[in-house]
Design a protein around this ligand. Structure first.
Ligand SMILES: [Zn+2]
Length: 302
């Protein structure tokens, strides 16, 4: 996992590893792309197709919004050849972080049409969770193809081909998502979650979004927020409510208990799971959330 420290080291590694080694071994001399969170790392790894070593600063299951970078993170970034963030204000810590490192930096969401946050102290700011629309992720892919082609021009044709294939998959997953949620009756199309992270998904699928808090900054629902959601769930006879994997579900379970709505399950937004978990890839994440939402709202989930 170490990088060659000097020219002699690099030559020695080339002699022992040979060219074109793709496994992440001690002799890995591929350019290093450092992303801010696991979802972005997975998308980047698909585009990179093994030509780049893609890593994530935050680990599976970790919360990305209020993350505090460690000295090791700064060191890793200093050794990276490219740093990729989501942008749209997702990584509150990123501007300070990237100011400390020399590696070039690219914003994956550049060019996405943002949806505004409507409530709380964040009202009017862009909603950062643009990846919750697979259609938006096509823009992420385009940005990564350009950035990676600048980083490793000899693999530009592969990056383009990987990107084109992934764009097709993203279109298919978008259609699956819309179809899975199209079965919900007109009066039962409300999606109630902990964080306001589903604005893009709700737009794509024609759902009404309601949440406890706008952005996972404090992760503490105020009594007023809980009361407001309870009122909404009662008024709309919402059958099930949800919370996300990176925050405590306790306040949403309180909503469920107070209203008789089912706790519909855990949704994944801000992090992938570990490889043996339910959402090891971004495409798994979208499919899992669509299935969980549709299952719980139609009463077909366990
Ligand atoms: Zn979030």
């Amino acid at each position: 996992m170490t990088k060659p420290l000097n020219a002699l080291g690099a030559i020695a590694l080339l002699l022992t590893a040979g060219c074109g080694a793709t496994g992440a071994t001690a002799s890995d001399d591929r350019p290093v792309v450092l992303t801010t969170f696991t979802v972005l790392a997975d998308i980047a790894a698909v585009v990179a197709g093994g030509h780049l070593r893609v890593e994530s600063i935050t680990k599976p299951g970790a919360e990305v919004h209020g993350y505090e970078p460690t000295p090791d993170d700064v060191k890793a970034a200093a050794e990276a050849d490219l740093v990729v963030d989501n942008g749209l204000g997702l990584e509150a810590w990123f501007a300070r972080f990237v100011a400390e490192v020399d590696a070039p930096h690219v914003v994956a969401s550049e060019g996405v049409e943002p949806l505004p946050i409507n409530e709380d102290a964040y009202a009017g700011r862009p909603n950062p969770h643009a990846w919750m629309s697979p259609l938006n992720v096509r823009t992420y892919v385009d940005n990564l193809v350009v950035a990676f082609s600048g980083l490793a021009p000899e693999h530009a044709a592969d990056f383009r081909a990987n990107g084109a294939r992934y764009r097709d998959e993203l279109r298919r997953v978008h259609e699956e998502l819309v179809a899975a949620l199209a079965v919900l009756p007109a009066g039962e199309r409300a999606l109630v979650t902990c964080e306001g992270a589903f604005s893009y998904l709700a737009r794509d699928a024609g759902l009404t979004e309601r949440y406890l808090w706008a952005v996972n900054a404090e992760q503490q629902a105020t009594p007023r927020q809980v009361a407001g959601v309870i009122e909404f769930v009662r008024a709309n006879a919402v059958p099930a409510v949800f919370c996300e994997s990176t925050v405590s579900a306790a306040p949403m379970r309180q909503v469920a208990a107070a209203t008789g709505a089912a706790f519909g399950g855990v949704l994944h937004v801000d992090s992938l799971s570990t490889p043996d978990g339910p959402v090891p890839t971004y495409l798994d994440l979208v499919r899992h959330d669509a299935r969980t939402i549709a299952g719980a709202l139609t009463g077909t989930a366990g």
